[in-house]
Write a protein that binds this ligand. Structure first.
Ligand code: BES
Ligand code: ZN
Ligand code: MN
Length: 542
């Protein structure tokens, strides 16, 4: 590999002529190489390669011990040096280690291990628990030099694969524009020592790795600033991510195409920006997929939400670079499914626009016409996510004969107030669909909390001049009225659910992720689509 410095010299010459336009639009390729986004030299951190082994290598690097009880130590690492084992046993006892889920103990000075990292599994851990344990470990050891040796004997194929997947998810770094303090750490490989051997490895390679890569892609694109990620570069990143993946086709509607289709809502949102909007459609149909229409996943893709003329306050406005997280998650979920060749029929739609307040911007009071002919009175230009989704859902119904439609959006501050960052809001009139989403959320550790779509929201959204207004008159149910609005752009008989991820998509660092994007929804949607059981069409009550 070329050294950081020699490549940096070449790329800084390139940035002079290419200004802020990314020279290399592929986040995956840029990881481990050098990017020139934002006119800076940015070294993407290398992700540790994950390999599998049958026997414990000679001591060195960090030893990772996932334990559910004291007796697990001998099971996990039967060939561990006897004096190392005795030292670890003494340390666990004196720390009164409880083996509970998420409990960790970091030890130094044991034999020739640079570090011994014990992670508790709790009683009867399930798949999500193993993945979470891996993610916490990956995060704790993100800057640890040398190899990570995971002692995983006695764990099932699925447990090993989930733990490995978690390590990859937790090893994510978001500091890719930091130029200092970066080129020192030489990250070694992760070596999973397991008696589940080849089977665990192939499960991981077929599914876990695709999930890690998809989550990395989603988090990168959500964390990167809005001068780098805007509708056209979101499309470029998507094309790069799907290059060579079988069963996928990508369609992009540009402004003239959207004008021909009458997509006045997304065009209205994009009008105040120099960056033109796009509607991106990614179709994936795997071998063995069921007959009939696809599951449609539609995402809000506001690459920056200034509020438009209803401008936001300065405080934390920069976080609104993540307002395309829904679009990223739906695209990432399809990426994970396609890369692992899941036997499903699924379409991601990313409704991409930048919400800015220039002279061409829509005004409060303007009336827009969506693709399905419905007219919208814009009361507040900051309620823009529902506008871009109105055209995405109208297009889906007109073109895809969807079996079900799930939209995903960082839609409202109100859902954050209601549910914090523990749950995303779930809205649906189809109980069987809502139940499947809730089940998937629990299985992967991305829980949803169902909230109502009360009949009164229709009158809250009544306009004197148009079919509907884009904010409510005053019920106070900010998340619910937003959901109601989106649902008006799809026939009632189509099974539909709305996920408001404004509270869960992005936030401060915690024990499994750094500051920024959580990649929320990728695992949930991947699981939901795989396990999907047909939901009958038909009008559901309010
Ligand atoms: N993107 C925001 C919602 C948001 C806020 C996401 C905070 C994440 C964190 C959305 O476009 C918005 O501005 N919503 C308004 C709606 C209101 C004008 C009806 C809000 O929540 O205040
Ligand atoms: Zn927004
Ligand atoms: Mn907004």
């Amino acid at each position: 590999m070329m050294s950081f410095r020699s490549v940096a010299l070449i790329t800084s010459a390139l940035t002079l002529s290419f200004a802020a336009i990314p020279v290399d639009a592929d986040a995956q390729a840029r990881r481990g190489a050098i990017g020139t986004n934002a006119g800076q030299d940015a070294a993407q951190p290398v992700q540790r390669p994950i390999t599998f082994a049958a026997a414990l290598p000679a001591a060195g690097g960090a030893l990772v011990l996932p334990l559910a009880s004291a007796s697990d130590l001998a099971t996990r690492a039967p060939t561990l040096d006897a004096s190392d084992r005795a030292a670890i046993e003494r340390a666990l006892e004196s720390a009164e280690f409880k083996y509970e889920a998420r409990a960790t103990l970091a030890l130094r000075g044991i034999g020739s291990w640079g570090r011994v990292h014990v992670i508790g599994l709790g009683e009867e851990p399930d798949a999500a628990r193993f993945q979470a344990a891996g993610a916490i470990t990956g995060r704790a050891l993100v800057s640890e030099e040398g190899a990570l040796v995971v002692a995983a004997n006695g764990l099932s194929t699925e447990a090993v694969s989930e733990f490995a997947t978690g390590l990859g998810i937790g090893g994510y770094r978001s500091d890719f524009y930091r130029t200092a303090d970066r080129d020192g750490a030489a990250l070694g490989a992760t070596i999973i020592v397991s008696d589940a051997g080849a089977e665990a490895q192939s499960l991981y390679l077929n599914r876990g790795r695709a999930l890690i890569d998809a989550m990395t892609w989603v988090r990168d694109i959500s964390n990167e600033p809005a001068n780098v990620i805007y509708p056209e570069t979101f499309v470029q990143r998507t094309r790069a991510a799907f290059a060579g993946v079988r069963g996928v086709s990508i369609q992009v509607l540009d402004v003239p195409a959207m004008e021909r289709l009458g997509m006045g809502a997304i065009l209205g949102v994009g009008r105040g920006s120099e960056r033109p909007p796009r509607m991106l459609i990614v179709r994936y149909r795997g071998a063995g997929a069921p007959e009939g229409g696809p599951i449609v996943l539609a995402g809000k893709g506001i690459t920056f939400d200034s509020g438009g003329l209803s401008i936001k306050g300065a405080e934390n406005m920069g976080d609104m670079k993540m307002d395309m997280s829904g679009a990223a998650s739906v695209t990432g979920a399809v990426l994970a499914l396609a890369r692992s060749r899941a036997p499903v029929n699924v379409v991601a739609i990313a409704a991409l626009a930048e919400n800015m307040p220039d002279g061409g911007a829509i005004r409060p009071g303007d009336v827009l016409t969506a693709m399905n002919g419905k007219t919208i009175e814009v009361i507040n230009t900051d309620a823009e996510g529902r506008l871009v989704l109105a055209d995405a859902l109208s297009w889906a119904e007109a073109n895809l004969n969807p079996a079900a439609v799930i939209d995903v959006a960082t839609l409202t501050g109100a859902v954050r107030t209601a549910l914090g960052d523990d749950y995303a809001g779930l809205f649906s009139r189809h109980d069987a669909l809502a139940a499947q989403l809730e089940t998937a959320g629990i299985a992967v550790g991305e829980p949803l909390w169902r909230l109502p779509l009360h009949a009164s929201y229709a009158s809250d959204m009544r306009s004197n001049i148009a079919d509907i207004r884009n904010t409510s008159t005053g019920s106070g149910a900010g998340a619910g009225t937003g959901a109601h609005f989106i649902g008006e752009f799809l026939s009632r008989e189509i099974p539909w659910a709305h996920l408001d991820i404004a509270g869960t998509a992005y936030g401060a660092a915690n024990d499994w992720k750094p500051d920024g994007s959580a990649g929320f929804g990728v695992r949930l949607l991947e699981r939901f689509v795989r396990d999907y059981q047909p939901v009958p069409r038909g009008e559901a009550e309010d």
